[in-house]
Design a protein around this ligand. Structure first.
Ligand code: HEC
Length: 690
């Protein structure tokens, strides 16, 4: 059965590699011509065990072979032995696994040799913290997560945004995904090349390297800068194996590394935040990918927020999202033991409400039966004790895992449930409206934006601005502009609701007091690089401005619980570009059959201007008040000249790719997931000097 297992799994996930599709391996073989001559046994093992998914990334979500071949050996070994691929790899004979680990990484070790040449001159090598402005210190820019920066803090005004040019580009080796938002203090930008496990301190003016930190584990979260005692600072971040790292911001030396896993299924996706000497780290789960295997005992992973002492890394409290451990529940239809409750993982960066002493998180769906009252919810915990203060559940009985694409044995449960996969992947914002009212604004993958009372978690207003989908709805986050009192909510849905033409991929500006839409921009072929006139933002008809809905959203009545469900990587209505592109070699002008219009990344506000992007790689800056386009730039292109001396390739904009400071707008490009274009660059834009 061994031979057929990976294929069977691929079929179970609803993916069938077409026999005549171009093989990404060919491009790689051409690049590694010398190796290709003698066929490595790892290549045959790849064909047998891995190709069904990795040659078919647009449907399966798997990075292309070319993208995983840029990873280093430690990353590949980790993925197969402990990480995302470990469940699939349990069937691969040990010998073949070793051959795969030997063959896949196209370079033996980690490539750090470029760093010497890219190092700052001695005079510019110091990371100055004394008196240096804390320009952006975490995923949300500040702990209220409004993702707003001022002209004063960044040195760039909205007006200057109209006339930007590329000042320099840094590219990093062995990392096809740029998923971690940098932080900026003074003239230092801290940036992680997550796949290669590297954190760098770069000079904001030239991109030269001040120091680098080596993690033996794939890094994963965005970064946070924390003030330590005696004028010291730390960069805090999470890795793919559930550890929190604190690194000395001046030297790059590790201060501490704390394992916060509850079990081997945990990892860290959102950024840990720091408040009053405490690190508050969100805990997510790797397990959602395993259940297509009917023999997998689904599911045991759960979410939490954990508090650590900033000085020592010592654990202070654990705030679980589900208060009981997963237990054996029932036998699935193929006789495999099922476990639960599971899920309610925390994908996003927590939000801090200092006045109420709350840490606020958003949770994901349940991964198996039974459903809990804490899935697809916003939960507030007391920062000192970890005690749960309130829960707002947006969607009830959402049980989903990656077996649900084809309703495999691990997506078949008793009772009433539905499987829309509508988690809160986005960080909530704590905003203050003009009349002084404070609100928690939460954006869900269901396409609903919710406003809650921070004292109680009670609903104040809601607006359904999108159809909702497994990829979002609101995917990674939103931004808020104090001056205009406008919320900017991007939509990553692939298509519009037939009954509401104002929905679909794009971005909406919402009034913070009412939730009503002020303007909307719908992405179009220009956002995929087509040379057509830029669309204008529109003011939707009155009936599409506010579509309030009640919480919690309930499952449909029993008879129709078999409604079609979303596949793990929902095939886009707008077909997506093939994943068979090498980050190092593919030109931006490659035949473009497909176009990704969704706005997945969390936007950023700078001096009232809104920075957005598409997963196709188009950067687009709007005037926040009117929706007028101030600037656009297709990042999905080759950058042969980089300050790091590494060949650069832009790709998808995803996660949280923008941050500004010291007179520059920094944009990271590349995201080798879900068939999106890989890339390895950090681009510094500055106002043109005429
Ligand atoms: C059932 C589909 C499927 C099969 C079969 C499969 N993979 Fe994957 N693989 C994925 C998906 C999906 C991801 C992306 C996971 C994520 O989003 O982090 C992935 C990611 C990876 C990564 C990147 C991990 C990282 O941390 O960046 C590596 C390396 C990898 N796979 C290797 C393999 C190898 C080697 C095989 C064959 C033994 C294999 N995969 C078989 C679906 C599959």
């Amino acid at each position: 059965m061994a031979a057929g297992r990976a294929l069977a799994l691929a079929l179970a996930m609803g993916m069938l590699a077409s026999a005549c599709a171009p093989r990404p391996g060919e491009a790689v073989a051409a690049e590694h011509g010398a190796e290709a001559a003698a066929v490595h046994p790892g290549e045959a093992a790849y064909e047998q065990w891995c190709a069904s998914c990795h040659d078919n990334g647009a449907e399966t979500g798997a990075p292309s072979l070319a993208a995983i071949r840029t990873l280093n050996r430690a990353t590949v070994k980790y993925a197969l032995e402990l990480g995302y691929m470990s469940q699939l790899a349990t069937d691969v004979p040990k010998e073949e696994l070793a051959q795969l680990i030997d063959w896949i990484p196209s370079a033996e070790g980690v490539n750090d040799t470029w760093i010497e040449a890219a190092r700052c001159p001695v005079k510019a090598r110091e990371v100055r913290l004394d008196g240096a402005p804390r320009i952006s210190t975490t995923f949300g820019v500040t702990n209220d997560a409004t993702r707003a920066q001022s002209a004063e803090a960044t040195g760039i005004s909205a007006e200057q945004m109209k006339d930007l040019e590329v000042a320099w580009v840094a590219a990093f080796p062995q990392t096809p995904t740029m998923r971690s938002q940098p932080v900026i203090v003074g003239d230092t930008i801290f940036v992680a090349a997550t796949d290669s496990g590297r954190l760098y301190a770069l000079d904001t003016n030239t991109g030269c390297v001040k120091w680098h930190y080596v993690s033996d584990m794939t890094l994963r979260s965005s970064l946070t800068f924390a003030e330590m005692a005696r004028g010291k600072g730390a960069i805090v971040m999470g890795d793919a194996a559930g550890k929190v790292h604190a690194v000395d911001a001046q030297t790059g030396r590790a201060l501490w590394v704390t394992d916060v896993k509850m079990n081997s299924l945990n990892r860290i996706t959102g950024a840990p935040v720091v408040h009053n000497g405490k690190v508050l780290a969100p805990i997510s789960v790797i397990e959602s990918n395993f259940p297509p295997d009917d023999g997998y005992e689904c599911c045991k992973g759960q979410g939490a927020v954990v508090a650590l002492d900033l000085a020592s890394g010592e654990k202070l409290w654990l705030g679980r999202t589900i208060n009981e451990d997963a237990k054996p529940t029932r036998l699935g239809r193929t006789g495999t033991q099922q476990w639960g409750p599971a899920g309610a993982m925390v994908w996003s960066t927590p939000t801090i409400d200092p006045k109420r002493n709350l840490v606020i998180i958003g949770t994901g769906e349940n991964l198996s039966w039974p459903a809990t009252e804490t899935s697809d919810a916003i939960i507030a915990y007391d920062i000192d004790t970890g005690e749960r203060r309130w829960v707002f559940q947006a969607t009830k009985a959402d049980i989903w895992n990656s077996a649900c694409g084809r309703r495999g044995a691990n997506c078949d449960w008793p009772g009433e449930y539905h499987s829309p996969d509508h988690d809160f992947g986005a960080t909530s914002m704590l905003v203050t409206t003009g009349n002084g009212t404070e609100l928690i604004i939460a954006g869900q993958k269901s396409g609903v934006v919710w406003a809650l009372n921070p004292d109680t978690g009670q609903l104040v207003w809601s607006n359904k601005i999108g159809r909702g989908s497994a990829m979002g709805g609101v995917h990674w986050g939103m931004a808020y502009d104090d001056a205009s009192e406008m919320i900017f909510a991007p939509m990553n849905d692939p298509s519009a609701m037939p009954e509401n033409p104002n929905t679909g991929p794009g971005i909406h500006a919402l009034n913070a007091s009412t939730g009503a839409i002020a303007w909307s921009y719908k992405t179009n072929a220009r956002d995929c690089g087509e040379d057509i006139p830029a669309a204008m933002a529109n003011q939707p008809a009155p009936e599409w401005r506010l579509v309030p809905i009640a919480a919690p959203i309930l499952p449909p009545p029993p008879r129709i619980t078999q409604a079609p469900v979303q596949a793990p990587a929902a095939p886009r209505a707008v077909p997506t570009e093939g994943a068979s592109r090498s980050p190092a070699s593919a030109p931006a002008s490659a035949p473009r059959a497909r176009c990704r219009l969704g706005m997945s990344p969390a936007p950023l506000v700078i001096d009232g201007a809104v920075i957005t992007g598409t997963s196709q790689g188009m950067l687009r800056v709007f005037d926040g008040a009117t929706g007028a386009v101030l600037f656009e730039y297709m990042t999905n292109r080759a950058f042969p000249e980089t300050v790091t001396g590494i060949a650069g390739q832009g790709g998808s904009l995803d996660s949280a790719p923008y941050i500004a400071g010291d007179g520059a707008l920094f944009v990271q490009s590349g995201y080798a997931r879900f068939g999106q274009p890989p890339g390895n660059v950090l681009i510094a834009f500055r106002p043109k000097t005429h």
